[in-house]
Ligand binder design. Sequence first.
Ligand SMILES: [Zn+2]
Length: 335
Amino acid sequence: MNINRDIIISDNELLEYGEIDNLSQKAESLLKHQKENWDLVKNNFNALNDVQIKKYDFSDYYIRTQFNPSRITSTSAKVDKKSIENRKCFLCPQNLPSNQKGIDYKNKYVILCNPFPIFKQHLTIPTYLHTPQNIEHVLDDFMELSKDLGDNFFVFYNGPQCGASAPDHLHFQAGLKNSTPLEENIKMLIEKYSTNIRIDSPVKVDIVQHDLAKFIYLQSSEKEIIKKEFNKLYDALKSLENINSEPMLNIICGNDNEVWQIFIFPREKHRPNQYFMDDNAKRLISPASVDMMGLLITPRIEDFEILTETEIKNIFSQVSFNDEKFRKVKLMISN
Ligand SMILES: [Zn+2]
C-alpha cells in the first residue's frame, strides 16, 4: 500500500499533546493537536461546550435531541449515485484539507478528527483506498479498532444506505464512550425488553425491542465466534429482504475488559417521511448510528424547538426494523 505520509502525524508530535501509550491515547492527542492547529475544528468542538440538548422521556427509556448546526451537510447529504459521482470524495487522502492530520492504522486506515463533531471526542476512520462502504469483509478490522480505541471510544459503522454520507468510501467513526442513552440504559433494556436466544454459548445474543431502541446485541470475548454469529445474522437479513447487497444497518461496537459488545440496528428505511415534507411539516432528521443510540441530531433550530414526543416515536417506528421482521430473524438465527 502506497501511503501518502504527508497526512500522518509523528509520535513525537503527538507526544506534545498527551500520553501515547495506546491508540486511544494517541487519538486523544490527535484531537488536541487538530483543535490547536485547525480553526474549523477548534470552533466546531468549542460549539459543543454549550450545545443545546433536550431530553424526552418514554417508558423506562429516554431520547436526547442535540441542536447541532454543523451537521447540516451530513444530514442533508445527497447520497444517490449521480450526486456521489459528481462530487469530489471528501475522504480520499489527496482531497483532505492541508491542516488535517491522521494516525495510520494497520497500513490500511487513517484515523482522523471528525471536523463536524457530535461528541467531545469524535473520529472518522476511512481506508486509504477509495472503495465502497461495506462491512462484510472488514468486520475483523472494525472489531480490532474498537478494542484498540476501547479505553475512551466506541466505534460505529453506518451502512451505505442508512447514514453514511460517503457511501462510496469505506469508513468507520468513533465517539466518546458512555455518552449516549443506549449505553446509559443497556442493562435495563436487556433486563426488561430483551429475548435471549443463546444461553449456553460463548456468545450471548439478545434481541432488544423497545419502541425507541430495536436491535440485536452480541457479546463475547471470542472474536471468531462473534464474527460467525454476525455473519449468520447478516445472511438472515439478506435473505429476509431478498437482496444480494448489504442489508440496511447501523453497527456499533465497544470493547470492555476484552469483551466485545456489538449492537446491530437493522433498518426499515433511511429517512422518515417528515424529511421529504415541505415547510412546517419538514423535519431535517436523517437517522444514523448515533441517532439510533438515542441521540437525535437536529441541525435546524426550528426542528429542535418544535419536535414532539409523538413525532420522535413516529420517526423511530418508521426507520426501525418492524416487529414482524424481528420475529422472522429471531427464528432464522435461533438454530
Ligand atoms: Zn474516496
